[in-house]
Design a protein around this ligand. Structure first.
Ligand SMILES: C[S@@+](CC[C@H](N)C(=O)[O-])C[C@H]1O[C@@H](n2cnc3c(N)ncnc32)[C@H](O)[C@@H]1O
Length: 124
């Protein structure tokens, strides 16, 4: 995709060795074993989270710089570790202040959907 450096974070220690193994051939890949809410994301041009339903506190979004591209996923599926679900793609959009380029709902079955939103962080 033309990005020079990729950083990934997950506080689950079980994923660290797997992540490093998968990315062993990429010297510009960095895996952090941290809560995303403890990171400063202001240096990143693109921020992706496919796990928004797992992260109870959205304050990580605040440190993303204006103009950065942001791609996020969530779901309406109620599950034991889904602490931050959305009821619709519209309610998911309201959780994050973005100039939206794309928003979509993927129906997996009658029980749940996944939502994806992509946009740029605005100046304010
Ligand atoms: C079940 S997984 C992936 C789910 C997602 N729907 C997907 O398929 O990409 C969710 C991950 O979010 C991670 N996670 C939970 N809270 C987090 C946080 N505060 N910061 C970073 N990662 C977190 C968990 O450790 C777990 O590995």
């Amino acid at each position: 995709m033309g990005f020079s450096f990729i950083t990934e974070t997950d506080p689950d220690a079980r994923l660290t060795a797997i992540s490093k193994h998968i990315n062993v051939s990429n010297p510009n890949f960095l895996h952090l074993q941290k809560d995303v809410n403890d990171l400063d994301l202001s240096d990143y041009d693109l921020v992706i989270s496919t796990s928004c339903e797992h992260i109870g506190n959205n304050s990580w979004f605040n440190s993303i710089r204006p103009g950065a591209l942001v791609a996020l996923q969530s779901t309406n599926l109620k599950w034991h570790d889904h602490v931050n679900t959305a009821d619709s793609v519209q309610s998911f959009q309201k959780q994050f202040n973005l100039n939206f380029r794309y928003a979509d709902e993927m129906f997996f079955n009658p029980i749940f959907s996944r939502y994806m939103i992509i946009g740029e962080k605005p100046d304010v």
